[in-house]
Ligand binder design. Structure first.
Ligand code: TMP
Length: 213
């Protein structure tokens, strides 16, 4: 039996992690087995690589090195976490996946799209999510939420938040463009509503896509 692979994408502070958990709850309430995971990370080795990526100064890595680190983490994540869960027939919900690389490293850090596509092809062949939900939110609202969260949790995962507002504006546009280029796979969700409203909007789309009623 083969499961379904759903990804959540979007800029900083759009509520992806919360919504990933809410979606899993909704699926589990219908007796469907789930796995919630995240990138960079999602397997022990990939979580180690995550630490290198999300802490420190914005200029810590040049763009190609950063992209290779992300794909190294992704290769491990797919081999050890996502793949086995799909074979078990689970709904796998990942907080970020390859679309984030096209947005952050591609558009945000000027890595040529074709370079990313070639690395993607080596690492993933043609493995893609069955469905991608792009959570869209004005940049100032998202960054304020992300900063409040980082403060509360005394987190050191602030490297990408330190890039300037223009970087984040380009990201928002990049995610919307990705969704436009792949309309069969991607759905844009307005993330400015309450947590319940966003969860409801996501459930409507997921239920429709997989005929869950
Ligand atoms: P998170 O804040 O959603 O947990 O993601 C961690 C950071 O990693 C986030 O700032 C975006 C960044 N990232 C990339 O730059 N490229 C990628 O491909 C992924 C998956 C994440």
């Amino acid at each position: 039996m083969i499961g379904r692979f759903i990804t959540l994408e979007g800029g900083e502070g759009t509520g992806k992690s919360t919504q990933a958990r809410r979606l899993a709850k909704a699926l589990e309430a219908r007796k469907l087995k789930c796995l919630v995971t995240r990138e960079p990370g999602g397997s022990p080795g990939a979580e180690e690589i995550r630490k290198l990526l999300v802490s420190g100064e914005p200029g810590r890595w040049d763009a190609l090195t950063e992209t290779l680190l992300i794909f190294a983490a992704r290769a491990d994540h797919v081999a050890r976490t996502i793949g086995p869960a799909l074979v078990e027939g689970r709904y796998v919900i990942s907080d970020r996946f390859t679309d984030s690389t096209y947005a952050y490293q591609g558009v945000g850090r000027d890595m040529p799209r074709e370079t990313i596509r070639r690395i993607e092809s080596v690492v993933l062949d043609d493995f893609k999510p069955d469905m991608t939900l792009v959570l869209d939110l004005p940049v100032d609202v998202g960054l304020a939420r992300a900063r409040a969260r980082a403060k509360g949790a005394a987190s050191d995962e602030t490297r990408f938040e330190k890039f300037d507002v223009k970087f984040h504006e380009r990201l928002r546009q990049a995610f919307t463009d990705i969704a436009k280029r792949a309309p069969d796979r991607c759905t844009v969700i307005d993330a400015s509503g309450t947590e319940d409203e966003v969860a409801e909007a996501i459930w409507t789309q997921v239920a429709r896509r997989f005929a869950l009623g």
